[in-house]
Design a protein around this ligand. Structure first.
Ligand code: DQA
Length: 158
């Protein structure tokens, strides 16, 4: 049980936005054939190796994603694939900015090799890191990146 001598366990929210529930069958040329459940398993299992609890959520609705980000105020970090909302959701951008929880943004595909409208991310400027084009492996990189941000903050706060 956690007490003042035992730091609480680290918890990271793995949050996926619209259409990412269709991974596995959606445009495999861009996103591969792993399902969202496969990716969540992969990230949870890396978390278990690193001693970190990973909570997973996905929504196709902007407001629900905003609420998940608010909920992450009680957590240590966020790994977020905002899907298309990265390109235009000011509400999601403001939510990330409003919470004091580091958020690493991840995109499975290389958005910069795709249509020009995918080259802009309104959420990236308020993210603690940004990973794109590494396929599903990018989620593992993002988990490691957010953990390093969490560690930096803990060190800075003493
Ligand atoms: C994506 C890239 C977005 O442009 C797209 O709308 C998605 C998936 C990716 O993971 O590569 O839904 O976020």
């Amino acid at each position: 049980m956690a007490d003042s001598a035992t730091p609480a366990a680290t918890t990271v929210l793995l949050l996926n936005g619209p259409n990412l529930n269709l991974l596995g069958t959606r445009d495999p040329g861009q996103y591969g054939t792993e399902t969202l459940a496969d990716i969540e398993r992969r990230v949870r299992s890396l978390g278990a190796e690193l001693g970190v609890a990973v909570e997973c959520a996905q929504s196709n609705h902007e407001g629900e994603l905003v609420e998940h980000v608010h909920r992450a105020r009680e957590m240590d970090g966020i790994v977020l694939n905002p899907g298309a909302f990265a390109h235009y959701s000011i509400a999601l951008r403001d939510a990330i900015d409003a919470v004091d929880t580091p958020c690493v943004e991840v995109h499975i595909s290389n958005v910069y090799a795709r249509e020009p409208f995918r080259h802009t991310s309104v959420t990236a400027p308020v993210a603690a890191g940004y990973i794109a084009g590494c396929g599903p492996f990018g989620y593992e990189l993002a988990l490691r990146a957010v953990l390093s941000r969490i560690e930096e903050r803990r060190t800075a706060r003493g």
